[in-house]
Design a protein around this ligand. Structure first.
Ligand code: FMN
Length: 409
């Protein structure tokens, strides 16, 4: 049998070898109680490492317990959870998989049930439906920015100590670093705002500080938006320049995604564009501009799409999220010829207001439930019924946390 391109190993600039081209992308597990990882994390990543992917990313791990992206996030700020972090890292590196911790700060994208007054580059509130779920942020001081650079670094150092084989800086999907990159969210007048060079400064400081602390042979990657699809926001041109700059600085891997809560292109794809890998047109634009390995994430379903993207060198790794929840051993199935392309379920409560306004949240809640199934040693359940994931959201946030309210600006 001829070997598939997807089975070929990849060596990162730091020297780490990834045994094949499958990346299990970050998906927030929401299992943690008070920020502590637990046995569910261990079980889930053991299932995934045995599923055959060469590289696994954790769901986003928060660097600051006062700033959570969603309830149930893991927080790593100090060494108190080192024993369970070591177990988690060991489970995710079984079967010769590489296992990186994705590290994140949500900035203003922190539910109002979690953050009374979130922080952001500038005090600019969400508009539209999300104005009801996120509170208006306050702008970070320069001292606080420096403190957050230290916190990102501390989390990365602890990840290394625990046995994770790399870290991924989350600079996509509208979270804090992405907010700094966006001229719409970042209207600072100091050296962190204005020109792209200034808007990139926080990302670069985080990267360089981590690199200095973990050394050249420990992989440090990032997740970046191709664009956030917002008028006046982080554009494709800006994104290309960030890729060039971060490559020049020696980053090991750039994972490409797109969108944010307002424009959930990461899970629905851009409005117009390819049906398969959502951001492949962007990947084609950057492939000759950088030698840094690229991982393309979002929309991969068929083996043909994965193979073609790799054969054409549009990407070096195929990032897969939701299909890895529905079929945790998807990579093994592709490699042993038993994978049949799946369709992602479209979750509906059939209440138009809920489906229109909370659709992406309900879908995420469904995948979180299925990660719970895998962690419990059960098979994930394929379903299109949005009620159970919706009711779970209500349990997590309370009905008032999700409902529209009068917003003071
Ligand atoms: C339940 C859920 C949680 C997610 N959490 C994260 C996260 O913590 N960090 C991140 O970068 N992306 C997160 N994502 C986005 C995925 O990494 C990925 O970009 C997206 O699902 C598109 O890939 P897919 O089409 O293969 O699912 C999440 C997606 C889902 C469904």
């Amino acid at each position: 049998m001829t070997k598939l391109t997807i089975e070929e190993p990849l060596t990162l600039p730091s020297g780490q070898v990834i045994k094949n081209r499958f990346l299990k992308s970050a998906m927030s597990e929401t299992f943690a109680k008070d920020g502590h990882p637990n046995q569910q994390h261990v079980n889930l990543y053991r299932a995934w490492s045995h599923g055959g992917a060469g590289l696994l990313f954790t769901g986003n791990v928060m660097i600051d317990h006062t700033a959570l992206g969603e309830p149930g996030n893991v927080v790593v700020e100090d060494e108190r959870d080192l024993p369970i972090l070591k177990e988690w890292a060991a489970a995710g590196t079984e079967n010769n998989a590489q296992f990186c911790m994705q590290i994140n700060h949500p900035g203003k994208q922190s539910y109002r049930t979690l953050s009374k007054e979130p922080v952001a580059p500038s005090a600019i509130a969400f508009t539209g439906i999300y104005a009801t779920v996120f509170n208006k942020p306050r702008a970070l001081s320069k001292d606080e920015i420096k403190e957050l650079v230290n916190k990102f670094t501390r989390t990365a150092v602890i990840a290394k100590e625990a046995g994770f084989t790399g870290v991924e800086i989350h600079a996509a999907h509208g979270y804090l670093i992405d907010q700094f990159l966006s001229p719409k969210d970042n209207q600072r007048q100091d050296e962190y705002g204005g020109s792209l060079e200034n808007r990139m400064r926080f990302l670069i400081e985080v990267y360089e500080s981590i690199r200095h602390a973990v050394g050249d042979d420990f992989p440090v990657g990032m997740k970046l938006n191709s664009t956030d699809f917002e008028p006046g926001g982080f554009s494709e041109d800006d994104s290309i320049k960030v890729v060039e700059k971060m490559s020049e600085l020696g980053i090991d891997l750039i994972e490409i995604s797109g969108g944010n809560y307002l424009n959930p292109a990461m899970s629905e794809g851009p409005k117009e564009g390819s049906n398969d890998a959502y951001f492949i047109n962007y990947a084609r634009k950057i492939k000759d501009l950088t030698d840094t390995p690229i991982a393309l994430t979002g929309g991969f379903l068929s083996e043909a799409a994965m193979e073609t993207a790799l054969e054409q060198k549009d990407t070096e790794l195929v990032g897969i999220g939701r299909p890895m929840v529905l079929i945790p051993d998807l990579p093994n199935r592709v490699m042993n010829g038993t994978y049949a392309t799946i369709k992602l379920p479209i979750l509906k409560t059939r209440v138009p207001f809920i489906d229109k306004n909370a659709g992406p949240l309900v879908a995420n809640s469904y995948y979180e439930q299925q990660m719970g199934q895998i962690a419990a040693g059960e098979e994930p359940k394929y379903s299109t019924n949005g009620w159970s994931p919706f009711l779970r959201l209500i349990r997590l946030h309370g009905i008032s946390g999700l409902m529209p309210r009068r917003v003071k600006r």
